[in-house]
Design a protein around this ligand. Structure first.
Ligand code: AMP
Ligand code: MN
Ligand code: MN
Ligand code: MN
Length: 274
């Protein structure tokens, strides 16, 4: 079966590789269909002159941040027109939200007694698309967290001082940008939100109602149990199945193209493209 990876990051957001390095690594790992889905940005596609060649098909993608009933949720948009005004507008708006959020995170952490420098965080990010992992790196260099995991646990994760909610466009708007530019909307890593099964089912109902079409049934090297739970939900809701490593950098989480097997009872989203 061909190796498909529809969720990955570069240093355009919080990944470590350049878009070209990521594409090379994907090829080396035997990936034949790839999407680069940076957080709220399509900047990676500006530096890739050729989208596809004989060995690798590249599908335009993005991972948009939103919230649903107070929970931060990620929606992957796939196979849209990179030049569409809708997606460009979405990226611009989410970029502004990210910049404002960075200021709020910085203020909140300073209030919590930390000597944060937003200028330094911007320097770490190397671009304006600042994410919490860049704050995590700053917290590590300040000596208040020993690693990224600890930085999230103490300062940036759910309910902590640096967890700023309600700043992203809402779910209907996010899906409108994706669908309006010819793409499909996929719920990213559904088990990461730590919702009960009932709540996740409600989220999927709302997602479907506003035009969502797919869900990730495989996210990285998950267990068989998790694949079973997700594939059942996918079939029950009549959604298309997607899969991705959510690769950020070598030796953190899954490598590009390294994922659990795709469940045979789900309809692969890439079969609807051709
Ligand atoms: P943001 O886009 O600024 O909300 O940051 C979310 C990103 O932070 C995710 O895409 C992950 O890359 C990273 N992240 C989230 N939780 C953790 C964690 N517990 N440990 C390390 N990285 C995390
Ligand atoms: Mn990330
Ligand atoms: Mn995500
Ligand atoms: Mn991701």
């Amino acid at each position: 079966m061909k190796k498909v990876d529809l969720h990955s990051h570069t240093l355009v957001s919080d990944g470590a590789l350049t878009p070209i390095e990521l594409v090379e690594r994907a090829k080396a790992n035997g990936v034949s269909v790839l999407s680069i889905t940076d957080h709220d940005s399509i900047g990676a596609y500006d530096v890739l002159s050729e989208l596809s060649d004989d060995n690798l098909k590249i599908i335009p993608g993005i991972e948009l941040s939103t919230q649903w009933k107070g929970v931060g949720v990620h929606i992957v948009g796939l196979n849209f027109d990179l030049n569409s005004e809708q997606i460009r507008e979405g990226v611009a708006q989410q970029g502004n939200s990210r910049a404002k959020r960075a200021e709020l995170i910085s203020e909140r952490l300073i209030k919590a007694g930390l000597s944060i420098s937003l200028e330094r965080v911007k320097e770490i990010a190397g671009h304006i698309n600042i994410g919490r992992p860049h704050f995590a790196q700053h917290l590590i260099e300040l000596g208040v967290a020993k690693d990224t995991q600890t930085a999230f646990k103490k300062y940036l994760g759910n309910g902590k001082a640096g967890d700023v909610k309600q700043c992203w466009a809402d779910l209907p708007q996010i899906i409108k940008w994706i669908v309006g530019s010819g793409g499909v909307a996929v719920l990213a890593h559904p088990l990461k939100y730590k919702m009960t099964r009932t709540r996740l089912s409600l989220l999927l109902d709302d997602f479907l109602e506003v035009g969502g079409r797919g869900m990730e049934v495989v996210s990285g090297c998950q267990t068989k149990d998790k694949t079973n739970v997700l594939s059942r939900l996918c079939v029950e809701k009549g959604l298309l199945g997607s899969c991705g490593s959510d690769f950020h950098q070598p030796s953190q989480w899954s490598d590009i193209g390294k994922m659990a097997d795709f469940p045979s009872n789900c309809e692969p989203i890439w079969n609807t493209w051709n």
